[in-house]
Write a protein that binds this ligand. Structure first.
Ligand code: TXA
Ligand code: MG
Length: 353
């Protein structure tokens, strides 16, 4: 494919002419990356099987892992889903548009490839003005996984999309950096009580306030690799979020973590490898490594979520061989951050005590 077209758009007031160029590409079966409030998505017409196949190919994504279908109105949910339970209606009212994906039993009109042959479909209404304008102007639901090469950290800026997918997709709508920085929360409503399959931008605590009981799938907060037969979401089976460097997570009380990280820095230095540390504002000055980055304050988990994927990519750009990362509290957005970090490490977790 030729060089990818980059269209800069104002994230607050998207230039309609540019959005229409992108929407035309979608309607003609092409691929367009666009910003959402979570991460950049790579969009294709969800109802065009050829376009969706091209989407999987561009990302090098296995065909058994379906994308999320993005809508700009609730009526489309009733067309794509077989049944919309009352709990879903409450959630859509409260959290849409926003970083919450709901899994429904699907209607037969959805192409098989869009749902990877499953009898369920994952749907969300994004909050970003550019995303909503693109869906509206395309006049169809848009299938959009995160716009990274499979296995890489999700893109939080158009630059990240370009690094991974230039020449593999038709266009990128560049609306600047994304606000939330981790993907949407995926909630399965086909079981009772509802179950979180992927923690994300909508905290579990907020879902519980509306629904009462909500369970976490064992994969969500596991600190070890579980057998893949247990996966309920196809995405759980695949390697994810991994930078080129090896990642080690150090978990425990922060004072013990700091001591352990220092020990690991020394051990790796003796081996002569380039060491990166992923720290927080409160601890960064304690470390002497080749590259030390802070995710933000330990008391601001939203900032930490926003910075996570960008910093993992920056470590690669600096050519570090190993990244030693502190843990953060698994509450609010911290649950999503720890889930991504643990996956990025391949569950290479050291307990500090
Ligand atoms: O924030 C987000 O969700 C971003 C933006 C672009 O909207 N999208 C995103 O898509 O992260 P993706 O494809 O990278 O992740 C979708 C997740 C995967 O873990 C996939 O396995 C799961 O949703 N999923 C999709 N369809 C499903 C289904 N029918 N049942 C269970 N899980 C499903
Ligand atoms: Mg993804």
């Amino acid at each position: 494919m030729k060089q990818t077209l980059v269209l800069k758009v104002n994230s607050q007031k998207p230039d309609i002419e540019k959005v229409r160029v992108a929407a035309k590409i979608i309607r003609e079966g092409g691929l367009v990356a666009f910003p959402t409030e979570t991460v950049y998505g790579l969009g294709a017409d969800a109802l065009n099987p050829n376009a969706v196949v091209a989407l999987f190919e561009a990302k090098k994504r296995p065909l058994d892992n379906p994308p999320i279908v993005h809508v700009d109105n609730v009526n489309d949910v009733y067309k794509l889903a077989k049944k919309v339970p009352p709990k879903a209606e409450r959630l859509m009212k409260k959290f849409w548009p926003g970083p919450l994906t709901l899994v429904f039993n699907r209607s037969e009109t959805v192409p098989e490839v869009t749902v990877a042959g499953l009898d369920t479909i994952a749907i969300r209404m994004p909050q970003h003005k550019v995303a909503l304008a693109l869906i509206r102007e395309s006049n169809r639901p848009i299938a959009a996984p995160s716009a990274n090469l499979a296995g890489k950290p999700s893109p939080t800026s158009a630059k990240h999309v370009f690094e991974d997918l230039n020449g593999r997709i038709d266009a990128i709508l560049d609306g600047g950096s994304t606000r939330i920085g981790v993907e949407s929360t995926v909630l399965d409503l086909s079981v009772d009580p509802p179950q979180v399959l992927r923690p994300g931008g909508t905290p579990v605590e907020a879902l519980r306030k509306v629904l009462g009981d909500v369970t976490l799938h064992p994969f969500v907060a596991s600190d070890e690799e579980l057998p893949i037969e247990k996966a309920r979401s196809p995405g759980m089976k695949h390697k994810h979020y991994a930078p080129n460097a090896d990642v080690i997570i150090v978990e425990g009380a922060i004072s013990a973590v700091t001591v352990k990280v220092k020990e690991l820095i020394e051990a790796y230095r003796l081996k002569g490898v380039k060491v990166g540390v992923l720290a927080t504002d409160e601890t960064r000055r304690a470390y002497e490594a080749d590259v030390v980055k802070s995710l933000g304050s330990r008391f601001n988990l939203a900032a930490i979520a926003q910075n996570l994927f960008r910093e993992l990519r920056e470590f690669d750009a600096e050519g570090v061989d190993v990244i030693i990362a502190e843990d953060v509290p698994s509450e609010g957005l911290g649950l999503a951050v720890m889930n991504r970090l643990r996956k990025a490490s391949g569950y290479n977790i050291v307990k500090a005590e």
